[in-house]
Design a protein around this ligand. Sequence first.
Ligand code: PEP
Ligand code: MG
Length: 538
Amino acid sequence: MDALVQTKNEILDIKKRISEEMGLEHGQIFSAHLLVIEDSMLIEEVISKIKKEKLSIEYVFQDVLKKYIKVFSEMDDEYLKERISDINDVGSRILKNLIGAKEDILANLKEKSVVVAYDLSPSDTATMHKKNVIGFATDIGGRTSHTAIMAKSLEIPAVVGLETITKNVESGDTIIIDGTHGIVIINPSAKTVKKYESERKRLVNFEKHLLELKNLPSVTLDGRKVHLAANIEVPEDVLSVIAHGAEGIGLYRTEYFYMNRKDIPDEDEQYKAYSTVAKKMKPHPIVLRTLDLGGDKFLSQLEVPQEMNPFLGWRAIRFCLARPDIFKAQLRAILRASVHGKLKLMYPMISGLEELRQANGILEEAKKSLRKESIPFDEDIEVGAMIEVPSAALITDILAKEVDFFSIGTNDLIQYSLAVDRVNEKIAYLYEPSHPAVLRLIKNIIENGHKAGIWVGMCGEMAGDISMTLVLLGLGLDEFSTSPITIPEIKRIVRSVTMEQAREIAEEALSLPTGKDVEIYAQKKLKEIVPDMAIEME
Ligand code: PEP
Ligand code: MG
């Protein structure tokens, strides 16, 4: 209701302003908009659908709106046909206000709460930053969805993809969120609560113990240095990055800067934010990934059409190349900020050489314009490509000649190579980082990168999956970039093994026929080498 009232007030305001500035007859156009808001049939249909289908209000509203538009477009009456643009206009306004209203709820919780929802978008989750949400559980989603990734950055327990959690939990219930095992327990017995309290204490102590490694180097027993960096979504995450002893940022998901706001951040605003991060992390490097919009990350202020397959659609570098105005502003901001620390730049979703060249072409234009204006920037700034599309992984020998580094984005690489939507809980069992096809692709990327003399990192969630650390190390990965809280665990494993051991483990893993075989083998090796780190498998 709040969103409707807010929308009505906005339209009344516009109507008044236009009538004053352009005359009454122009202002009357907005009377038609007001009629759409007051249409009781539309509102009743939305309410009854939410009750019946238990879907989010934004989703249902959009669905009902689409149905209305279809009905109007099939009408013979020209006047009614013309009302489609009114419905569209008002619909987008209400949707924007609906999203805003939800942001407010999550950002302004009065007491510490566990949020249980059908779905939370990455932008919903971003509003929880350091607020009163102490955990969440959702019906839909996968473990590498951006919502789940955000939970790690927020350092709160979360379980996504439970399918029916909203049906089983009532407000006021006591619930345990066991993020390690992906379990939620509703109204647990006193015995279970006690067991979990002592498990929580154990984990807190274990983390403290791991933090003692904070200032020690991440080197193998035989002296190979491995770079351990962190992934961040917002500048505030830098505190946690430093607290966990990361030696830089291997992935700064800059798109979060564009979320939950009504406008696009301009060059100056971005320059200030990136400069702050650069100064705080100095002398450590920061890899800024350019805008990776799309997939499961949407921006309400951009008119991006809905797609059947958003992960295969107009996203990331594809969007940026189509909107050089937005892309160039970001590139200029990054370049300008590069004088305040060690910045590197990285393009998401590169699928072929033409795309990489086009992106580099726009980067050159941005550099040229800065030189012309005598604005300083790091002329030697490193430029890298995320390798997260199988086609790019298979031509890394070609791509390596035109970049300074690769960073493997396993979240997308796995979903594209195994054809498993990363946010779909129904097929989550098929999402296997240990799948032999994935291991072969990773091996190929690292080998091709090294042959061309460039470094290869990994910033997908697999880099923080401790059961895979020994294998990745053995494959020769140069940098692991993961959520700050996971860094001490990876460091502990790196410091417990020799490269010779790791190479043998990788070789054996590559010879196994299924993902399950690899997983069992890798867990066994982890247990042998670092016994207290292995996670018990169900
Ligand atoms: C990835 O795809 O692995 C990645 C790190 O990018 P994102 O999760 O933001 O898609
Ligand atoms: Mg990705």
